[in-house]
Design a protein around this ligand. Sequence first.
Ligand code: SF4
Length: 380
Amino acid sequence: MNPEPLGLYLHIPFCSAICNYCNFNRGLFDAGQKVRYVDALLGDIRGPERAGLHGRAADTIYFGGGTPSLLEPPEVARIIGACREAFDVAPDAEITLEANPESVDPAKLAALRTAGVNRLSFGVQSFRDVELQRLSRLHNAGRARAALAEARAAGFDNVSLDLMMWLPEQRVDEWLASVDAAIECGPDHLSLYLLEVYPNAPLKDDMARAKWSQAPDDDAAAMYVAAMERLEAAGYEQYEISNVARPGHASRHNLKYWTDGEWLGFGCGAHGTAGGVRTKNVSGIDEYIDRVARGLPVASDVRRMTAEEHLGDVLFTGLRLTRGIDLAMIRARYGVDVSEKYGVDLARFVDAGLLRHEAGRLALTRAGMLLANEVMAVFV
Ligand code: SF4
C-alpha cells in the first residue's frame, strides 16, 4: 500500500452562469438538484465502492468546480464531516474550496472557515473590467479585490487566485497590469493560465462578431515570462509551470497530481488515481445522483495502468515541477534509468536549452516551459 496520504477531490458542478470560454464539467445552478447532489456525494464518500480505501490516511480535501462557493457552508461542513468519518483525515489537512468573487460575502466566508475550509482559491482571471466582460464573468475587479480582503478578515491565511493571460484583445502591458494588481492584493498563491479558445466555445463566436483577436504567439510567451519574473521579484516562487507561491504555500493537493501521489475523485466527472488504478466518474449530474441512489458504481471508466503508462505519467507530470524529476527516485521505484531509456531525445532538448540535467534531476528551463508539450511528448 502506498504510504503517502490520499487527497480527496470533490467536484461541485454548479455555476450561476456559464462563461463563454468554459470547457469544464458544469451546469447551471438548480437549488433542488444541488440538494440531491450533496446527498449523493455523501453517499459516495461513505459508500461500498470506496470501502477498500476507507480508513486510509488523507491530508488534503479539495472542492473544485464548477463553483463550489455556491454550496451553503453547512453543506460544506457535512461533506468534510463525511470525509473525516470515512477516512483518517489529518487534523492539519489542507482543505481548499474554489470560489468565485461574486458568490461570497463576509458572513459566508466566515461560515466556510468555521466549516473547516482553510484555503480559498478565487477565480479572478483578470483585474480589468473590460476583459472580465469579454469573458462573460459575473464579477468585476472591485468585487475580486473585496473578496480577497473579506477572506483575510474571515481568518483565511492561505488564499490563492487564478489569472488568465492571452485574453481577447489583451496586450502584454494590460496583462501585466492584472499581474501587478494581483501582487497588490497579496495572495499566498497564484495560478496563471493561458486562455484556450475551444472550437465550440461561444467565445469563439463572440470574438468573430466583435472582431476581437488574441495577440501573436510571441506576445503570449512574453506575457508568461514577464509575469513569472515580476512575481519572483515580489517574493513568489514558481514551483510548477502555471503555479507560484510564497514559500510554504504550494498547493499540497495539486502537488499530488505531479508527484506520483494518490487521490480519490467524488462527484460527476471526477478523476481518481489509487493503487495503480485510474478512475473517471460518469459526467452527468443526474446520472451521478441516480447511480449513487441505486447503489451502482459511479466510475464509468476504471483502468489499471500498465507499468509503462504509470512511468510515462510520472515523468510527464513530474516535469511540470520546476524542481523536475528525481532520477534516483525513478530508478528506485520503477527500475528505469531515464537517461538510458530516453537519452537521445532528451539530449536534443538539453542542447536546445529547453531541459536541464543537473544534480540527478531533470527539469524544464523557463524556455522549455513555453514548449513543455513538445518536450513531454517524449514520455508518452
Ligand atoms: S465559473 Fe468556472 S466552471 Fe463555471 S462556467 Fe465559468 S469558467 Fe466554467
